[in-house]
Design a protein around this ligand. Structure first.
Ligand code: GLU
Length: 431
């Protein structure tokens, strides 16, 4: 089974979506089920409604899951297994207060050394533990030896015991930490491959240690995706609008274009423009570059134009608030002018809005009255000839107001290209 394990703690980041997509593609290729596991054990950080928002985004992107789980539902297993580790002395109760730990952390910082848990509670006797009524966390004992694994993207990785440290697996309130809940659940759901962001690389040896201590011997494969950098070469953060999937959708980027883009960057693909289904037929994690991928909004805009042109016209029309095939075709024509649904909708809304032409106000009014009462013309040239003849206008005095009359704008596609899509709506356009 593959899994996507989002935390409901904020807006979905494009890096998360990329992880969701890659897991989905690999699950489909391997014909294994896909689990969406909402990692909601950190109550303080959960945000009400974010889980639903994540699921809506996945649906909008055509990412279907076979199973949905909320990690907090597995709390009793996390607790049981933490108890098992305590009994087997693979974990220990730690009574160090947050203040004491903070003082030690500060001291390490002042001495310019990396802070590690100093083992204060590691060797307490059973009596000392049982007689202590203070609150405690549960820490796992760091391993005696290095932990190695082969990352599907990064290759061989090795972590020293001190880098793993005696880390906390259960908080004071007896809820599991991310590493513990994640490792236990990956085991329980029989996850075959974990694909996730590079920020989790240092968690993997910790999770492998948990598996080993619990006697789990099925090998899980790991792939850590390089981070996505913004245009200035820094990690895409919440401060970059484009890092939010919600923002991109609101701006009018199509899910299919965002998908195309997130699969394209930092990858070797046989073609540049493709659908998710097509990617499933050739995607290979081996082609993912070890180097960070760089986010380039102009490239995304180009792909968005391509995907707008690939969208079925009637559907495209409804996406921008209309309902006819012709308006969908018109929207495609307007990819010369705009790259997002929002930009294109603004252009098309102008066609149907009230208009004025400050350069040629009188000519505009005259033309409008003639056009309003004109017979139906199939061809733009015939329509134009009729207006020319009836108005006596020519040159700029004809074309400028005519363009404004038909489009509400000074520039744009050739009127002759535009006309076939608007000729049936002239009654609504010329008001
Ligand atoms: N909840 C973690 C996150 O959103 C999951 C990481 C993982 O896939 O294990 O980053």
């Amino acid at each position: 089974m593959y899994r996507f394990a989002p935390s409901p703690t904020g807006d979905m980041h494009i890096g998360n979506l990329r992880v969701a997509l890659f897991n989905y593609i690999c699950a489909r290729q391997a014909k294994e089920p896909y689990l969406v596991r909402i990692e909601d054990t950190d109550k303080a950080r959960n945000i009400e409604g974010k889980d639903r928002e994540i699921l809506e985004i996945l649906s909008a992107f055509g990412i279907a899951w076979d199973q949905l789980a909320y990690q907090s539902e597995n709390l009793k297993f996390h607790r049981q297994l933490a108890t098992k580790l305590l009994m087997e002395k693979k974990a220990f109760a730690c009574f160090c207060t947050p203040e004491t730990l903070e003082t030690k952390r500060e001291a390490a910082k002042a001495a310019k050394t990396a802070y590690r848990y100093d083992g204060t509670c590691r060797y307490l006797s059973d009596e000392e533990v049982l007689n202590n009524e203070s609150p405690f966390v549960v820490r796992i004992k760091k391993p005696a030896e290095d932990i190695c694994f082969t990352d599907l993207i990064k290759g061989e990785l090795r972590f020293a015991p001190d880098d793993i440290d005696d880390f906390v697996i259960m908080r004071v309130d007896k809820t599991p930490t991310y590493n513990f809940a994640c490792a236990v659940d990956d085991m329980m759901y029989d996850i075959s491959t974990v694909i996730r962001g590079e920020d989790h690389v240092s968690n993997t040896p910790k999770q492998i240690l948990i598996h080993r201590y619990l006697g789990y011997d099925r090998e899980i494969r790991y792939a850590h995706l390089p981070i996505i950098l913004n245009e200035t070469g820094k990690k895409m953060s919440k401060r970059d609008d484009a890092s939010s999937v919600k923002w991109l959708l609101e701006e009018g980027f199509l899910p299919s274009a965002i998908t195309n883009y997130l699969i394209l960057i930092g990858n070797k693909t046989p073609v540049e423009i493709f659908t998710l289904e097509e990617a499933i037929s050739w995607f290979d994690l081996k082609n993912i570059s070890k180097a960070p991928a760089k986010f380039d909004i102009d490239k995304l805009r180009q792909l968005n134009r391509e995907h707008i042109r690939m969208t079925e016209s009637r559907l495209l029309s409804t996406l921008i608030g209309y309902s006819s095939e012709e308006i969908g075709e018109l929207a495609k024509l307007y990819t010369e002018e705009g790259s997002t649904l929002k930009e294109i909708k603004a252009k098309i809304d102008k066609i149907f809005a009230d208009k004025r032409c400050d350069d040629f106000p009188e000519e505009f009014e005259k033309l409008k009255n003639i056009a309003k009462n004109a017979p139906y013309f199939k061809e733009f040239n015939d329509f134009k000839s009729y207006l020319t003849k009836e108005s006596g206008l020519k040159g700029k005095a004809l074309f400028k107001p005519l363009r404004v009359l038909l489009t509400g704008a000074q520039g744009g596609p050739n009127l002759s290209d535009l006309y076939p899509y608007i000729r049936n709506y002239l009654g609504e356009i010329i008001k």
